[in-house]
Design a protein around this ligand. Structure first.
Ligand SMILES: NC(=O)c1ccc[n+]([C@@H]2O[C@H](COP(=O)([O-])OP(=O)(O)OC[C@H]3O[C@@H](n4cnc5c(N)ncnc54)[C@H](OP(=O)(O)O)[C@@H]3O)[C@@H](O)[C@H]2O)c1
Length: 319
């Protein structure tokens, strides 16, 4: 399966259906909504100002007004380590409440398909790499983001519970480290690629001769281009029907050093990258196992990191 081609989108079985997308002003939503429309879906993508999903009555009103066949629930309070450590109660309360209201009201309203996403931080801190779906429950998530991660884990529990009791077709995917246009390019978002691109472009503009990066550069991660995730959502969302989660990532490991060097090169930064080895590296190897995904979609050619970065940097420079 070659991803990121327009024909992937046009083949979605959701074509012609009414799809409600929550969180459409966010990173994933801004990329997914145009693809759904291009695939012939009628998309309703309300803003938080129209329907605050923390208010159950507003969620009920939304379903009564829209009557969607499909719900793609992307709304969430999302953030990096610092906001998670500063506002753990908000991350827990808001995500639990929002997900509970949206899933329950979707079921009550007779929605036929409910799709939501949880992040890699829902995996246990001690899970071996590659992260395999069956390891999800084998430990506590990383302490800094545990209130958020456990609230997101409840998405999985609730989806399975509504499937078991009501045969409600709710599914949960686990995208890896996504990157691409519309990501949050301000520092502190917790997303490594946009933060690095921002730093390198700023350093280039100021003429800084050196950029200092944390750690040794040796840790290995995998990154997945947002278009690939959206294409898989369009293809697998309609047909995947299970209380088992499924990872969506590239399965292509890369070192942080290679990532930084590639971003610097593509940004045209001519200074030096210094590595501050007094700073922690974090987990040395953390990639996603995508066996389940490959078993379902066959050959998968993710967008090569270099090409995805080129497109992302180009988009960022046009903003
Ligand atoms: N980004 C990643 O790398 C990643 C990886 C794995 C999983 N995920 C999951 O994918 C989903 C989408 O993530 P994202 O990166 O697109 O997040 P995002 O960019 O932070 O967007 C979050 C969206 O949720 C909306 N929202 C927040 N609170 C709301 C409320 N009370 N009522 C209505 N809408 C509300 C926001 O609206 P405003 O614009 O008004 O704030 C925004 O549209 C999340 O569930 C996240 O956990 C993301």
């Amino acid at each position: 399966m070659a991803m990121s081609h327009p024909e992937c989108s046009s083949r979605s079985p959701w074509s012609g259906q009414l799809v409600l997308v929550t969180g459409s002003t966010g990173f994933v939503g801004r990329n997914l909504v145009p693809k759904l429309r291009a695939a012939g879906c009628t998309v309703y993508a309300p803003s938080r100002a129209e329907y605050d999903l923390l208010e159950q009555q507003r969620v009920r009103d939304m379903f009564a007004a829209v009557k969607p066949e499909v719900v793609i629930h992307l709304a969430a309070l999302v953030g990096g380590n610092v906001p998670n450590k500063t506002y753990p109660a908000d991350f827990c309360y808001r995500n639990l409440l929002m997900n509970t209201c949206v899933l329950h009201e979707a079921h009550q309203a007779g929605v036929r398909k409910y799709v939501t996403l949880v992040g890699g931080c829902t995996y246990p801190a001690s899970a071996p790499s590659p992260l395999t779906e069956s390891d999800l429950w084998n430990g506590y998530p990383q302490a800094e983001s545990a209130p958020y991660a456990l609230a997101k884990r409840m998405d999985i529990v609730m989806s399975a519970a509504y499937r078991a009791q009501y045969a409600f077709d709710a599914i949960v995917f686990v995208p890896g480290n996504m990157y691409g246009p519309h990501d949050h390019f301000e520092d502190g978002s917790g997303h490594v690629i946009p933060a690095l691109i921002r730093r390198v472009l700023d350093a280039k503009r100021r003429g800084d001769p050196v950029i200092t990066a944390w750690g040794s550069g040796s840790p290995v991660r995998d990154f997945v281009y947002i278009d690939d995730v959206c294409d898989i959502l369009l293809r697998e969302g309609p047909v995947y029907s299970s209380s088992e989660i499924m990872n969506i990532s590239s399965g292509a490991p890369t070192t942080i050093r290679d990532l930084v060097d590639t971003i610097a090169e593509l940004c045209g930064y001519e200074g030096t990258i210094a590595w501050d080895t007094t700073k922690p590296d974090g987990q040395m190897h953390k990639v996603f196992d995508i066996t389940r995904l490959r078993e379902r979609i066959g050959a998968f050619e993710p967008t090569p990191l270099r090409e995805g970065l080129r497109r992302t940097i180009e988009w960022c420079q046009c903003q």
